[in-house]
Design a protein around this ligand. Structure first.
Ligand SMILES: [Zn+2]
Length: 569
């Protein structure tokens, strides 16, 4: 490819619409352009990267026994009525009518269409298992699309659906998909974790999310430094701490002290000369219209997902200031376990059970209790795991050290079960001739999101640092003076040789200043730059620059390919 004939409209300025690095850089590097909110054109450079991700995904899916097909983006409402999702999917499902007045939608996912296909052709257990996938454009009418390809309305996704006769067969396919996903993200050159997305309350780990590690990730991940345990911080289990047994009495006397205007954990503990871990934080929630007081240690956070599950509640929200005042008799910031009305259900975290001589709000304006102890001063409430895991907690699997990282979800594998096959009557005859619903699994990868996440994980102030396997080009040859015929022909020679040996190379033959060429090559993140200048003519030497380290080496023309391959592989 010759740069001068190609289309790479780079931008100097950061577009105002972009908030995160990958979005800014994809716009600046001329990879994508916005058409409307959440809708993007993939420019040639962006498309090259996306096609490379697709190629890796396709290879590993095929290798893992999944079979490619392609379904339409427009789907008839009838199928969605059968699954029951037409009325329940919400506004993300873009519904419309055709010229005959029939209802259709743009597919946000394809369970209905594929289940309809499979039910028409699968008869017996002998026809199973079957694992089908597609790489296709999806549409979800996000209320607030943002972050470029991270949360677009139209996006490219790989979605696979498996069909099995037995749970054991589903397990096998699930494991095969898990391994394929690990290979895919490894081959894309990404630092990722497979995260348990379901803590297994229904037995087994029915779902994993694949997260690219990045500081800007939306999800917190608790990773063990010793074993492979990784879980979303919203779900990560916290084991009750060892050490002091629960309800051991302390030595201090219970006292009510004045804490004028001190509401937050920091304000109260600094004022009283205590540590955050010596205070019990009392938060008032409304769960299914009933009041709940959640007690956690001052340095811990309530995990609303866990609290909701413990309470068995449909809805859970923090109580408003007025409600808190009505229930506790004090303004927000002074709630505590002593003297709450009977109607308030009190739920405390395991860590709170081991506290003694602690501080808590007095349910009275500008007052806290100190020297508070369970049993001696107040009956202990019910204790559960209701808090967010921290880096101080042990790994729930092996007791190792937990690290808290942030991640971007790029893939998700999920044991669906018989939800769709039962609703849509997709059955098979087992070996006894009895009809049973087919057992499904589904497996998604966001293709554009993977490219964006790679940039989010790999960039610097100069621009993108593409992992070589998904870089739009592997090598860029920058010619210092394109008007110098000898220099140009030398560069062309290197270009032809590299292309001939299967390296994806672009020749920057534009008649612009070298500084402009260097800036562009760094912005678009080509892993290796070969600079052909005067030394090439006089000494047969070119400069080879590694984008990830920005280290430059002088290399003889005959060794260029060797040097490039050592950087790329
Ligand atoms: Zn562990």
């Amino acid at each position: 490819m010759r740069y001068s004939n190609y289309f790479i409209p780079t931008l100097k300025e950061v577009p105002a619409e972009a908030e995160i690095a990958s979005h800014k850089l994809m716009l600046r590097a001329g990879m994508i352009r916005k058409v409307a909110s959440g809708l993007y054109t993939y420019l040639p450079l962006g498309l090259r990267s996306i096609r490379k991700v697709e190629a890796i995904v396709r290879q590993e899916m095929n290798r893992a026994g999944s079979i490619e097909l392609l379904m339409p983006i427009v789907q008839p409402a009838e199928l969605w009525h059968e699954s029951g999702r037409w009325d329940h999917y919400g506004k993300e499902l873009l519904r419309f009518k055709d010229r005959h007045g029939r209802n259709f939608c743009l597919g946000p996912t394809h369970e209905e269409v594929i289940t309809d296909l499979v039910r028409k052709h699968i008869r017996s257990y002998r026809d199973l298992p079957l694992n089908l996938y597609q790489i296709q454009t999806k549409f979800r009418d996000e209320i607030r699309p943002r972050f470029g390809l991270m949360r677009a309305r139209e996006f490219i996704m790989k979605d696979a659906y498996s069909f099995s006769a037995t749970e054991a067969s589903l397990d096998d396919i699930y494991q095969a998909m898990y391994r394929a996903y690990c290979l895919i993200f490894e081959r894309c050159g990404l630092d990722f974790r497979a995260v348990e997305a379901d803590t297994g309350s229904i037995g087994g780990h029915a779902s994993h999310e694949f997260m690219v590690i990045s500081e800007t990730g939306e999800d917190g991940i608790a990773c063990c430094a010793s074993c492979s345990y990784a879980a979303n911080t919203e779900l990560a289990e916290v084991k009750p701490m060892d050490g002091t047994g629960p309800f051991e009495p302390g030595t201090s006397e219970l006292k009510k002290v004045e804490t004028p205007g001190k509401k937050s954990v920091d304000e109260v503990t600094i004022f009283l000369g205590k540590k955050a871990m010596e205070l019990v934080k009392t938060l008032i929630f409304i769960a299914d219209e009933r009041p709940v007081a959640a007690l956690v240690r001052g340095d811990h956070e309530v995990n609303e997902v866990k609290l909701k599950r413990v309470l068995g509640a449909e809805s859970l929200e923090m109580a408003g200031a007025e409600t808190v005042e009505k229930l506790t008799g004090a303004p927000v910031g002074f709630a505590g376990p002593i003297g709450l009305p009977m109607e308030v259900r009190v739920v405390a975290d395991h860590a709170v059970a081991c506290m003694k001589d602690f501080v808590a709000g007095a349910n009275e304006g500008d007052a806290h209790f100190v020297g508070l102890n369970w049993k001696r001063d107040i009956e202990p409430p019910e204790f559960h795991d209701i808090r967010v895991i921290t880096a101080h907690d042990p790994c729930p699997r092996c007791g190792g050290t937990i690290e808290i990282k942030r991640g971007i979800e790029v893939g998700h594998i999920f044991k669906l079960g018989t939800k769709y096959t039962e609703a849509m009557g997709a059955t098979f005859l087992d070996s006894n001739g009895k009809a049973r619903p087919i057992i499904m699994g589904c497996y998604g990868i966001g293709i554009g999101r993977t490219a964006a996440a790679a940039i989010e994980q790999n960039h610097d102030e100069r621009g993108i640092i593409f992992p070589a396997p998904i870089a739009p080009f592997e090598v860029i040859i920058s010619v210092i003076n394109v008007k110098d015929k000898k220099m140009m022909s030398l560069a062309e020679g290197i270009y032809v040789a590299l292309s001939g040996s299967g390296i994806d190379v672009v020749l920057d033959d534009r008649d612009v200043r070298p500084g402009v060429k260097f800036k562009d090559s760094e912005l678009i993140g080509v892993p290796v730059r070969v600079t052909v200048g005067k030394k090439a003519l006089t000494e047969g030497i070119v400069e080879v620059t590694d984008r990830s380290t920005m280290e430059t080496r002088l290399v003889g023309c005959e060794d260029v390919q060797c040097e490039i391959e050592s950087i790329l592989r």
